[in-house]
Ligand binder design. Structure first.
Ligand code: DC
Length: 227
């Protein structure tokens, strides 16, 4: 059996990837890497610096000075500041797709992501993990769900976190991000040829977790611990 196992989970915004990936990583004792949080943290840094996220040149200028850390327990730090909550606010969500479409910024993030996966077993979620970041990932999953299901889930999540948004705003944000993420020139959102598609529209979180664990067990021969 392979020494380190890498699980790539890609799919559109709010398809439940991070919830499922986090639980799967915890059950298997793997490290969870939320690559979307990295693009969000960079977006936060651009806005905080008073720069325009829609300007590629202005955003790129921060590449040498931004440091992003994904800490244990899911906390996200940007230049030492805890931005875990701030990166979920509408101002960041509404601008992150621009930042994620800039090639130089993507290359810097991808470099960090590959290093993180080098020496340990990981579950990494994003848009381009199976197609670009880890093309040799042991397991590739393309997790999808209908726009309505995704918007409902994200709306509920925002309410629970006290983030003020309307359902209509969430639907518009999900659709806008789907469009930008799948139409950008460099490493757009697409299903890797060797990825297994998983539609979670009618699955609970637990059912989705079990489905992912089964795919991992089938592909790698790994024995899933009791959970
Ligand atoms: O998964 P998320 O909603 O936190 O991702 C935030 C944005 O970052 C989303 O618009 C797509 C982009 N992204 C990306 O382009 N590539 C990744 N590997 C992860 C996220």
């Amino acid at each position: 059996m392979e020494k380190n196992i890498s699980v790539a989970i890609d799919g559109p915004a709010a398809a439940g990837k991070s919830t499922v990936a986090k639980k799967v990583a915890s059950i298997l004792g793997f490290t969870y890497i939320d690559t979307g949080a990295m693009y969000r943290a960079f977006t936060y840094a651009v806005i905080k610096a008073g720069l325009d996220p829609q300007s590629e040149a202005q955003s790129n200028s921060l590449i040498p000075s931004v440091s992003i850390e994904l800490a244990e327990g899911g906390k996200v730090f940007c230049n030492g500041e805890d931005v875990t909550r701030a990166i979920r606010e509408p101002l960041v969500s509404g601008n992150v797709s621009y930042i994620a479409s800039y090639k130089e910024i993507r290359l810097a993030m991808v470099d960090m992501q590959r290093k993180m996966a080098e020496s340990k077993s990981v579950v990494m979620d994003g848009r381009d993990i199976g197609t670009y970041v880890l093309p040799k990932a042991s397991v590739k999953i393309f997790q999808i769900a209908s726009v309505e299901t995704r918007a409902e889930r994200r709306f509920k999540e925002n309410q629970e976190k006290g983030i003020p948004t309307t359902y209509e705003e969430v639907v518009a944000d999900v659709k806008k991000r789907d469009y930008i993420d799948s139409h950008r020139a460099f490493a757009p959102l697409s299903q890797a040829e060797d990825a297994v598609a998983l539609d979670t529209s009618n699955l609970t979180i637990e059912e989705s977790v079990e489905a992912v664990l089964k795919i991992i067990a089938d592909k790698t021969g790994l024995e899933v611990p009791c959970h």
